[in-house]
Write a protein that binds this ligand. Structure first.
Ligand SMILES: [Zn+2]
Length: 126
């Protein structure tokens, strides 16, 4: 946990696909923004005080996707400082567990694997 974690929304110019996090006012509904509140609160020290939000709204899925409803965030885990992927994964898993416990059963916290795309997907799905 770090007391002061800067929350950074990825910009288009910082994205390999040319599209950063799309954030609308709907993301700041209390029950949605609380995700960022607790995620930053529990952010691992290995993120060195910066939590990157890489996805907010998104429209390009066939399956039901709560990004489309502005009810989900993706949080970058590739920036977790660790000596290798396995260690990074374990730190991210610990972050996910803390967040799951904090947010309660109405929220889903999923750690998506992948060395270049490791991230937490957090959504409100009561
Ligand atoms: Zn997601």
């Amino acid at each position: 946990m770090s007391e002061r974690t800067r929350i950074i929304f990825k910009r288009d110019s910082e994205s390999s696909i040319g599209r950063g996090a799309i954030i609308y006012h709907a993301h700041f509904r209390p029950e949605i923004s609380v995700i960022l509140y607790w995620a930053a609160f529990h952010a691992p020290n290995e993120l060195n005080g910066e939590m990157w939000v890489t996805e907010g709204w998104r429209n390009i899925r066939e399956s039901r996707d709560l990004h489309k409803e502005c009810r989900a965030f993706d949080l970058d885990c590739t920036r977790i400082e660790a000596k290798n992927y396995l260690v990074r994964y374990k730190i991210a898993q610990r972050w996910a567990n803390l967040l799951t416990e904090e947010l309660g059963p109405d929220y889903q916290v999923i750690l998506h694997a992948g060395e270049k795309a490791l991230h937490l997907h957090v959504e409100l799905d009561p």
